[in-house]
Design a protein around this ligand. Structure first.
Ligand code: ZN
Length: 228
């Protein structure tokens, strides 16, 4: 068998999006029930990673916040080469982040892409204070990062929610905003989703109990295509 044929055979063996979501859900269950198995993390897997192509193994591309309380592989009890992870404060999507996510879809060939927000997100909270109370950012660069969150906050402010409810809504709206921005910035990701090669989905990680809550799958598809 030629190298190309071998590679295609390996890719064909990859699980479908529904199986990947089940595996992520099951891994998260082990994590929040405090019975992680830490699969595929030993020396054998590490040696395998040295010689193999990650695209034959990685199952999901995940965009998460840089927050140290959101350790992605642990949350999903996943191993080496299981996840292609992109982390940026506030899980916002600018050009570099969109390019990394696009790489996950086009070159690592993950059947699933997750935009993972989390409760108590410091970036969302800072953007909220900046917007509501005019609290200035410490730097121009941080202010620029937080601007990505503003459209999400506009929608929450228009809803009239207050206090903790507003913050929870802002975290979720920020996930929808990241998916919308990704759709705007990456035609290949949009196409891959439309053609059924890639399932894009939003989720929220709850710091209080370790659980990941999946957001509406169909809405994610619509928002990505600019119809949300
Ligand atoms: Zn955060």
């Amino acid at each position: 068998m030629s190298d190309t044929a071998k590679r295609h055979a390996a890719l064909d063996k990859k699980p479908g999006p529904e199986q990947v979501l089940e595996a992520l859900t099951e891994g998260n269950r082990r994590f929040y029930q405090d019975c992680p198995r830490h699969p595929r993390t030993g020396m054998l897997r590490r040696q395998q990673a040295h010689v193999s192509d990650q695209s034959e193994h990685a199952q999901a591309t995940i965009l998460a916040c840089s927050d140290s309380r959101v350790p992605v592989e642990r949350i999903f009890d996943a191993g080496i080469m299981d996840l292609f992870v992109v982390r940026v404060a506030g899980n916002v999507v600018g050009r570099a982040t969109a390019a990394s996510l696009e790489y996950g879809a086009l070159h690592v060939h993950t059947p699933v892409m997750v935009v993972l927000g989390h409760s108590g997100c410091g970036a969302v909270t800072a953007a909220w204070h900046h917007r509501q109370e005019g609290v200035p950012s410490e730097s121009e660069r941080i202010a620029h990062l937080l601007e990505h969150i503003d459209p999400a906050l506009d929608r929450v402010m228009a809803s009239g929610l207050q206090g903790e409810q507003a913050m929870q809504a802002a975290v979720e709206e920020n996930v929808w905003q990241a998916i919308a921005d990704l759709g705007q910035l990456s035609l290949p990701v949009r196409q891959a989703s439309q053609e059924g090669h890639l399932l894009v989905i939003g989720a929220i990680y709850d710091l209080s109990n370790g659980q990941v809550r999946w957001l509406d799958q169909q809405k994610a598809g619509s928002v990505l295509q600019g119809k949300g």
